[in-house]
Design a protein around this ligand. Sequence first.
Ligand code: CA
Length: 205
Amino acid sequence: MTDWELPYPGLVVTTTAAHSGEYGIKMDGRGRMDYTFETVPGETYQVSAWLRIDQVITAPTWGGLRLEVVDIPTWSQLARSDYLNTGSHPFGQTVPLGEWVKVEFSFVAISEQSRWVYSNFSNGDFEASADEFMVKSVPGARERRGLVMAEAGLAEQELAVELGQRKMNLALAVVLGIQFPTRELLTIYLPLVLQRVGDLGRKTK
Ligand SMILES: [Ca+2]
């Protein structure tokens, strides 16, 4: 199953956090967002997202913003990004304040479910923006079973128009990184996405 989880407060969907389209995800201090997706054991997947540190509220002495992928049954970490921070410290990647940075890495699935987690993994507080979360199989493996997300086949606007009154929800779905490679997958995953986005909307009010 595919499921969004927002186990902690601190993340809201807003236009001021958009890297593309209308919306992005803003972190206010701390926050975490999980996303579980189906994988094929042995397959290699590419994970990417755009992150921007807008303000360092409390400078951390370790860690930073992090995107990681864990295996669901074992909870073992399969891969992670660097710890992004604006300061120089031994365990991270220094990024410029207020500028978008593309975070990208690959991992090999070891079971049929994997999860990525975007979080502030540090002892500091950041105001940060994030957008365009994506997981896709490596080139050549795109057609195989188990792929739940791929490069967007349709732009946010096109999807919104197609779905008429669900425009807002769909835009939020897209900003949350659900990018539909085919109409079939759109049909399968959209109800789940809309449900989760609805939950998100209630939690952030
Ligand atoms: Ca967006």
